[in-house]
Design a protein around this ligand. Structure first.
Ligand code: HEM
Length: 532
């Protein structure tokens, strides 16, 4: 063990070199695999250092419970990347807010939209969006894409991931702004996903020396070239968030805004008299624009990645798909879509969703927390201001907790876990928790209820509608552990794989056609964009 600042040792971890600490050892390409191996080697709590930044990695369910949950008052801050948060996001990206009043206010504002009680209206948006997703999977793309490809005489560039991303982002967009994304080619979707990729890259440990060496922030601005780069990146992403905000402002002014989260915030902001009041209430343009940004960024890729992983799991395990089909046939039949009310009667399908989140949690190492005072755990010193990594992947693949963790096996949760992830997250006994995909403690995913509803709607309906298999001529799909087959970055996505979605029978085909037509009628009657 390393000597720590106090008399107690630091938690064990790989050897460090002077000045760099472990900076040169961390595998920036596939940290998931490396951190899981380190977890096996060093145990529940491990320590690293990158330059002068202490990092404590939490590898076991119990340690996460003891620290992130039970000591939430000191373990709920963040160690925001200076470049990505302070400079590029003007300290407004809520996911990175340090623990304190600003975070509390932002989370309270979001709670109005994301609380379970707000679900009744949200359920509608996800329910309708999932019909378009089914139609696209059935037809092999959106009408616009198919037509454009035909006209240009090229093969269709649609990939089924596009439909998952459109589904998740359009559901959130409708709630935030009262507008849909009718197509995955919508330029705003493209901008949002590109901005997320940029942010992910810019926030990677080691991307900017100024993140790790605060002393550099004291240099004259002329000697900090990254300040200019961050300003340009901010301006670039604000083109998207500012444009959406301006459109909503205009609609609120001329009375055409649909009921939506950002419209409500704008009305509240307008009711405040001074800029100071708006700042205190966090209702300035930047606050409101970045609130929508937080929701779209936190909720789109995570949800879409989980739907993609569920499909991957079904291709690898046809026996699981057959069992899900049998349950759906028994409970729902073929002439109507599965509905929210069916959920309690579909324990196996629900278990498949839980197992997907355990097997391939999309935020593999959560969002780093930070501890705000010195602490002791199991005789090890946890230094104040250490970055705390919630090693969700290692916990979800701990063989002591989940036997044969690489095996995708919904039986782990079938019948034993009828409740939602939010219910199990609050359990005192950590062994009763289902999985850890939504993180821990006071920073646990703010969108957990919405995520659960979206995943249920999307995955249940896909399983109901289709046989899913490897596409003809596609590369072999192997049940490899989480490696280069998944992308790196905050949200880990399966790399593209070739899948074939075959509608199970003509009754289901007709049901999807009908329900999609009905969705168009509903969207049109509500003044929403219906078709591209
Ligand atoms: C499968 C879907 C999702 C997964 C697996 C997921 C997972 C996570 C995780 C691991 C965190 C960090 C928790 C921590 O720090 O301990 C988080 C934070 C967050 N999530 Fe989600 N998420 C999902 C969907 C959503 C959705 C749909 C929304 C909203 C529309 C959302 C909004 C947020 C927000 C705002 C935060 C920041 C919370 C804070 O810093 O206080 N998430 N999520």
């Amino acid at each position: 063990a390393f000597k720590s600042r106090g008399s107690l040792p630091a938690a064990p971890g790989p050897n460090r070199t002077p000045f760099f600490g472990n900076a040169l050892q961390i595998d920036n390409k596939h940290p998931v695999v490396q951190f899981k191996d380190w977890a096996t080697q060093y145990g529940p709590v491990m320590s690293l250092r990158v330059f002068s930044q202490d990092i404590v990695v939490i590898n076991s369910d119990q340690a996460a419970k003891d620290l992130l949950d039970a000591k939430g008052s000191i373990y709920s801050s963040r160690a925001p990347p200076y470049f990505g948060y302070n400079l590029m996001s003007k300290s407004k990206r809520m996911v990175f807010h340090p623990y304190g009043d600003e975070w509390r206010k932002a989370r309270k504002i979001m709670h109005r939209l994301l609380a379970p009680t707000a679900m009744s209206t949200q359920g509608t948006s996800q329910e309708l969006e999932s019909r378009q997703m089914l139609k696209e999977l059935m037809d092999g793309g959106s009408p616009k894409q198919i037509l454009a490809s035909k006209e240009r005489g090229v093969s269709n560039t649609w990939h089924f991931f596009d439909s998952f991303k459109r589904f998740s982002s359009s559901s959130i967009m409708t709630l935030c702004y009262g507008h849909r994304f009718v197509s995955s080619c919508d330029p705003t979707i493209v901008e949002i996903f590109e901005a997320m990729d940029t942010l992910s890259l810019k926030c990677q440990p080691g991307a900017y020396l100024v993140d790790a060496l605060p002393i550099l922030r004291k240099l004259p601005t002329a000697l900090q070239p990254w300040v200019r780069e961050a300003k340009e990146l901010h301006e670039q992403e604000w083109k998207t968030w500012g444009r959406l905000l301006d459109r909503c402002k205009k609609e609120v002014m001329d009375g055409t805004a649909r009921e939506c989260f950002i419209g409500d915030l704008l009305r509240e902001g307008a009711a405040l008299e001074t800029e100071k009041e708006r700042q205190e209430a966090q209702l300035t343009d930047l606050d409101i624009g970045y609130a929508a940004c937080a929701l779209l960024e936190a909720g789109s890729d995570t949800t879409a990645s989980t739907i993609a992983s569920a499909c991957l799991a079904m291709i690898l395990h046809p026996n699981v798909l057959a069992k899900a089909h049998a349950e759906l046939d028994r409970v729902v039949g073929s002439d109507r879509l599965p509905a929210l009310e069916d959920e309690e009667h579909l324990p196996y399908v629900r278990a498949c969703i839980k197992e997907t989140l355990r097997w391939r949690p999309p935020t593999v190492m959560g969002v780093p927390h930070a501890v705000v005072q010195d602490d002791v755990y199991n005789g090890f010193h946890i230094p104040k201001d250490a970055m705390i990594i919630d090693n969700i992947y290692a916990m979800s693949h701990d063989p002591k907790r989940f036997a044969n963790p690489e095996v995708y096996d919904p039986e782990r949760f079938h019948l034993s876990h009828p409740g939602t992830a939010a219910e199990y997250a609050g359990k005192r006994n950590v062994k009763e928790r289902d999985h850890f995909a939504y993180g821990h403690g006071r920073r646990i995913c703010a969108g957990i209820h919405m995520a659960e509803k979206s995943l249920y709607m999307a995955i249940t309906r896909i399983l109901w509608a289709f046989d899913i298999a490897r596409a003809d001529g596609a590369d072999e799909i192997r049940a490899d552990p989480h490696d280069e087959r998944y992308t790196d970055g905050f949200v880990s996505f399966p790399n593209h794989f070739g899948a074939k979605f075959t509608i199970r029978d003509d009754t289901r085909r007709a049901t999807i056609e009908n329900e999609f037509k009905n969705a168009i009628v509903t969207w049109e009657s509500e003044g929403l964009e219906a078709v591209s």
